[in-house]
Design a protein around this ligand. Structure first.
Ligand code: BG6
Length: 488
């Protein structure tokens, strides 16, 4: 029997921010998929919380008109959807008022495994936890999920962590980074530690450079209110890109237990070379998109987007060069890059292996580095670029790709990140969530960069929507005779 079905007691998933974007785009569609595939107990209820003074029916009709668009067409059936909606309850309340928690307590099953998902602004996290505690809703089984961004700098992240720790033990806290729930990201650990062939070469001097790109075609959309105060560094690099870097660079953990994995990721974050002002000037690039074309349609520049100040200096693109100061990675540059309104939606990790120490094949045309290309999305594949001989009489070589399409590698359904992570929370598995020290170590590395940009009064470099970012991003690599994957 499925382990969650064997747990005693009911389950309540309480979503703070139940009317927000994240809820109707990601969380409820993910829970619908879990419902569809019988991953939820029969009595699992979803309690959405919002400020809107709606009745349950009004909430259901809001969800009914917003969420189905975010569910895969062939997974949607009205019967199942109605069955799923019957699990939903809505509580209209002011989350800052302790008195209002009586309403929540009334609808929560007693006893129950309660998951409190805080999909609100982080500035509300402390008060929500204090009020949950004041209302007697937190017991030893309860779990809290903290959505990113967790703070805006080290001090605010620490303050939230300290406050939440007053009400929940670290083992009850699930700091979510949905990249850790992606199938291909989890597969990276298997690629590295479940196969014997790569690990011996997975280090200096056999690896020349590593590129990690998370490129999006979307713009800021309706999220300017949040995004303009954050920018790509806080929104993407501090969490998703650094987590990817950790998985690429960490030592083999002694087991898959949460703390064993998180100990190794923490060591990577602590080994990131601190950048001084000169390094930051040389090794980081900030960009902001201007009007252009995205996927065939004309699109506005960032400053023309709704609710973005006309003089905004927020970066929508970051490229940077990082180094990891440890024995495995000494002198291997890690290039990280992310941006909105880029030419293609493409998340990939490129491992470029070192050149042959000596080539018996002569001409430079015969030199091409071996590269491992790990595509995370939209394709999910692993390709190894190898040299082969071109047919004919000479000894001319050319690169070919040995490829593995991960989507075709199994008939099993590939659950979306949020579904997988929500199920992990219910099952009490913390491996794919960030520990407090990890999160703070990431801020410790990122914060000096943010500060230096501010101190240098650094204006982001412009790039046209639909391009690969500012020219300075290519120059960052060209300096070392390297290039981004799509340029090579
Ligand atoms: C979120 C960021 O964490 O990740 C968004 O806040 C970004 O700005 C999103 O668009 C990207 O996620 P995915 O899964 O679409 O790559």
């Amino acid at each position: 029997m499925n382990s969650i079905l064997s747990q005693a007691g009911s389950q309540d998933i309480v979503i703070f921010g139940g009317v927000g974007d994240l809820s109707f785009r990601k969380l409820l569609p993910a829970l619908y998929m879990a419902h569809l595939h019988d991953k939820l107990q029969a009595d699992t209820r979803i309690v959405a919380i919002g400020r809107q003074p709606w009745s349950r029916d009004e909430y259901l009709s809001f969800i009914d008109s917003h969420s189905p668009a975010f569910i895969e067409k062939n997974a949607f059936s009205s019967n199942d959807w109605q069955g799923f909606l019957s699990r939903l309850t809505y509580v209209s309340m002011d989350v800052t008022s302790l008195a209002d928690y009586a309403k929540l307590k009334e609808v929560c099953a007693q006893p129950a495994l309660r998951v409190f998902y805080l999909a609100t602004a982080p500035s509300l996290f402390t008060q929500i936890c204090a009020n949950l505690s004041g209302a007697g809703l937190i017991d030893a089984q309860a779990r809290v999920v903290l959505e990113k961004p967790l703070g805006t700098d080290l001090a605010s992240a620490r303050a939230i962590n300290t406050d939440v720790a007053r009400y929940f033990d670290e083992q009850q806290i699930y700091r979510i980074d949905h990249y850790l729930g992606k199938e291909t990201v989890q597969n990276l650990m298997v690629l590295r530690f479940g196969n014997a062939i790569f690990e011996p070469l997975w280090r200096a001097p056999y690896i020349k450079s590593v590129q990690i790109t998370v490129a999006e075609t979307v713009g800021v959309g309706s999220r300017a209110g949040f995004y303009d105060g954050a920018g790509a560094m806080r929104d993407m690099v501090q969490n998703h890109l650094l987590q990817l870097l950790c998985i690429v660079a960490m030592e083999p953990p002694i087991s898959l237990d949460a703390d064993d994995v998180r100990d190794e990721k923490l060591k990577v974050l602590r080994s990131l070379r601190k950048m001084d002002a000169a390094d930051i000037k040389r090794d980081t690039v900030r960009g902001q998109y201007t009007a252009g074309a995205s996927e065939g349609a004309a699109v506005k520049g960032y400053k023309e987007e709704d609710n973005v100040p006309a003089d905004s200096r927020t970066e929508t693109f970051v490229a940077l060069r990082a180094e990891i100061n440890n024995a495995r990675w000494a002198n291997v540059p890690f290039f990280l890059r992310t941006g909105k309104r880029m030419q293609k939606r493409q998340s990939e990790i490129i491992i470029e292996f070192a050149d042959q120490p000596f080539s018996i094949f002569g001409s430079s045309a015969n030199q091409h580095p071996n590269r491992l290309i790990i595509s995370l999305q939209p394709e999910e594949s692993i390709q190894l670029e190898m040299m082969v001989k071109e047919p004919g009489t000479g000894m001319t070589l050319h690169p070919v790709k040995l490829g593995l399409d991960l989507q075709q590698s199994s008939d099993k359904r590939r659950a979306e990140a949020y579904e997988r992570l929500l199920m992990d929370v219910i099952k009490g598995r913390l491996t794919h969530f960030m520990r407090r020290d990890e999160l703070e170590a990431a801020w410790m590395w990122v914060e000096p960069i943010l500060n230096a940009w501010q101190a240098q009064d650094d204006k982001p470099k412009e790039y046209s929507a639909g391009s690969w970012g500012p020219a300075a991003s290519s120059a960052l690599m060209a300096r070392e005779d390297l290039s981004w994957f799509e340029e090579s």
